[in-house]
Write a protein that binds this ligand. Structure first.
Ligand SMILES: Nc1nc2c(c(=O)[nH]1)N[C@H]1C(S)=C(S)[C@@H](COP(=O)(O)O)O[C@H]1N2
Ligand SMILES: [Mo]
Length: 500
C-alpha cells in the first residue's frame, strides 16, 4: 500500500516536472524543449546497428518514439524516486539531481543550447522535489499516518495543474512552430518593390536625433492582439461587401498582380502623448484603396469603410479619406520588405492623415462599405472619437529632457508633422525668450514628418525649451494641453535641461 502510494506520487511528480519544463520551454520561446533535447541525445547515443534495427521497424516514427521513450523513462524513474523518498531521501534526491544534470548536458550539447534551456531542466528537478514533499508530507519513513484522502486531494490538484500547464505548453509550442512556418513563407516572398532609397535632404544628421526613416524593428507597435494573427498569404483573402455594386473577394496574388505603388507616410497613434514616440515614418508599398473601391462601385449614401482584422478588431474610416486622392494603401510592404507579422502581415491598411485606430487595420480580412450611422468600431465603442484626423505636432528630441548640456554653441532639434497639409515652419522658444524659427529638412511629400534644427547659444543655468509647428495653411498648433482621449493630445512639447 505504502509503496504503491509513494510510487504513484513519484510518477505524478515526474509528470508535473515534465509539464513545467515543457510549459517553461514554450513561454521562454526555446527552439527546442529539454525533453526533445534528451530524446535527441538518446537517438545520438543509440549504437548504430540498434538504431538501424529500430528504424527498420518504426520507420520515420523514430523521433516520436525517442521522445515517448524518454517520457516513459522519466515516469519510471519518478516511480523509483517516489518509493525511495521516505526511506532513502538522499538516494532519491541524488537520482533527481543526476537526471537534471544529464538533461542539462543534453540541452547544452544541442545546436540551440541556451541558459534558458538549462533553467527549464533545473526547474523540472525543483518541481519533482516540491511535488514529492507536498504529496508525502503526512508520512514518515515507517509510513505511519497515511492520510489517504488528503493524498488523493493533493494529487488531484497537482494532476490538474499538470494537464493544464502541459496542455498550454503544447498549444504555445504549436503556435511557435506555426509562427516559424509563417516567418519562412514571409522570408521567401519576392514582391515587386522598387528599391527606393531615402530621399535626399531629409536627414539633418544631428547627433541624438533619430533617423527620418524609422527601421521596421524600431517602429512602434500598437494593437489589441496578445500575440499577432499568423496568416499564410496563400490562404489570405479580403472579402468586400456592403453598399457596393459588385461584391469582391481578393487574394494576395490578386494584389501582387495589380502591381504595388509606394508612398512615404508617417503613421501616428492617437495615444501618442505630446513629445511621445508612438509615431514612425516609413515607405509603404501596396495597392491604392481607391482603385479597389472604384472597382466594386460604392453606392450613394455610404460614408464609411468598416474594416475587420483576422482577430476581430474593427475600424471605421471615412470613405472620403480613401478616395480623395491621398496615398491610402492596402499595403503589403513596409520599408521594402513584406510587412512584419507584428505590423499586419500579410496585408494592412495605411491612410495618410488619420490616426492608426481609424485607418490602419492590420491583418485586414474584411471590408464593409457602410454608413457611420450604422456601426461603431472597436475604439469608438470605448469612448474614442469616431473620426481621428492626426493633429499637428512637434517634438524636441535633442537635447533630452533632464539632460545636462555644455555651455556655448549647441543645437536643438526634433521632428514635426502636419499630415495632409505639410509643415510650414517650426519655432522654438527658450524660457521666456522670443519664438525663433528653426531650419527644416526636406520632405518628399506633405504626409511625412520633417526634421528641424536650431542653433542655440546655451548659457549656464536651468532652461526650458518649447517648440511649436505651423502648417502650410498658416495654422499654428494649439498650446492648449489636451489628453490623448478622445481624439489625440495637443499642447507644446517642452524639455528642461541644465546648462553648465
Ligand atoms: N488588427 C488591428 N489593427 C490595428 C490595431 C489593432 O489593435 N488591431 N491598432 C491600430 C492602432 S491603434 C495603431 S496606432 C496602428 C499601429 O500600427 P503599428 O503597430 O504597425 O505601428 O495599428 C492600427 N491597426
Ligand atoms: Mo493607435
Amino acid at each position: 500500500m505504502r509503496d504503491r502510494m509513494t510510487a504513484a506520487a513519484g510518477v505524478l511528480a515526474a509528470a508535473a516536472a515534465m509539464a513545467a519544463t515543457e510549459g517553461l520551454a514554450a513561454v521562454l520561446d526555446l527552439r527546442e524543449s529539454p525533453l526533445v533535447s534528451v530524446g535527441q541525445s538518446v537517438i545520438a547515443l543509440t549504437p548504430g546497428p540498434i538504431a538501424e534495427a529500430i528504424i527498420n521497424v518504426v520507420g520515420t516514427k523514430d523521433k516520436p518514439l525517442a521522445v515517448t521513450s524518454v517520457v516513459i523513462a522519466v515516469l519510471l524513474i519518478g516511480a523509483l524516486v517516489g518509493t525511495l523518498w521516505l526511506g532513502r531521501r538522499l538516494v532519491a534526491g541524488g537520482l533527481v539531481a543526476l537526471f537534471v544534470v544529464l538533461a542539462a548536458a543534453s540541452v547544452l550539447s544541442r545546436p540551440y543550447a541556451s541558459p534558458a534551456g538549462v533553467f527549464a531542466a533545473v526547474a523540472g528537478g525543483v518541481v519533482v522535489v516540491g511535488v514529492l514533499q507536498l504529496l508525502l508530507r503526512d508520512q514518515d519513513a515507517a509510513g505511519v499516518n497515511l492520510s489517504r484522502r488528503r493524498f488523493l486531494r493533493t494529487a488531484a490538484v497537482i494532476g490538474l495543474a499538470t494537464v493544464v500547464v502541459g496542455g498550454a505548453g503544447q498549444v504555445l509550442a504549436a503556435r511557435h512552430r506555426r509562427r516559424q512556418a509563417i516567418e519562412k513563407v514571409r522570408a521567401a516572398l519576392t514582391l515587386p518593390v522598387r528599391a527606393e532609397g531615402v530621399p535626399a535632404g531629409v536627414d539633418l544628421g544631428v547627433k541624438g536625433l533619430g533617423p527620418w526613416l524609422t527601421p521596421n524593428r524600431d517602429f512602434y507597435r500598437i494593437d489589441t492582439a496578445l500575440s499577432p494573427p499568423l496568416i499564410d498569404p496563400a490562404s489570405w483573402t479580403l472579402r468586400i461587401h456592403g453598399m457596393v455594386d459588385r461584391e469582391l473577394t481578393l487574394t494576395y496574388q490578386d494584389l501582387v498582380d495589380r502591381g504595388l505603388s509606394d508612398a512615404w507616410i508617417t503613421l501616428c497613434c492617437v495615444s501618442n502623448p505630446v513629445g511621445g514616440d508612438l509615431v514612425g515614418n516609413t515607405v509603404w508599398g501596396g495597392v491604392p484603396i481607391k482603385d479597389i473601391l472604384d472597382e466594386v462601385g460604392v453606392q450613394a449614401g455610404a460614408d464609411a469603410l468598416l474594416s475587420t482584422s483576422d482577430d476581430g478588431w474593427t475600424c471605421g474610416t471615412p470613405l472620403r479619406a480613401l478616395t480623395d486622392g491621398r496615398d491610402a494603401l492596402l499595403a503589403l510592404t513596409m520599408n521594402g520588405e513584406p510587412l512584419p507579422i507584428a505590423h499586419g502581415f500579410p496585408v494592412r491598411q495605411v491612410v495618410p492623415g488619420l490616426y492608426g485606430y481609424v485607418s490602419a487595420t492590420k491583418w485586414v480580412t474584411e471590408w464593409e462599405v457602410t454608413r457611420f450611422a450604422d456601426f461603431q468600431a472597436y475604439w469608438t465603442q470605448r469612448g474614442w472619437g469616431e473620426r481621428g484626423p492626426i493633429k499637428t505636432q512637434s517634438r524636441i528630441d535633442v537635447p533630452r529632457e533632464g539632460s545636462t548640456v555644455a555651455a556655448g554653441t549647441s543645437v536643438i532639434a526634433g521632428v514635426a508633422w502636419a499630415q495632409r497639409v505639410g509643415v510650414q515652419k517650426v519655432e522654438v522658444a527658450v524660457d521666456d525668450g522670443p519664438w525663433r524659427e528653426a531650419t527644416l529638412a526636406g520632405v518628399p511629400n506633405i504626409d511625412t514628418w520633417v526634421q528641424w534644427r536650431l542653433g542655440w547659444d546655451a548659457e549656464p543655468g536651468r532652461h526650458t525649451i518649447q517648440v511649436r509647428a505651423t502648417d502650410q495653411d498658416g495654422t499654428t498648433q494649439t498650446s492648449e494641453r489636451a489628453d490623448v482621449l478622445p481624439d489625440g493630445a495637443t499642447g507644446y512639447d517642452s524639455v528642461s535641461v541644465e546648462v553648465d
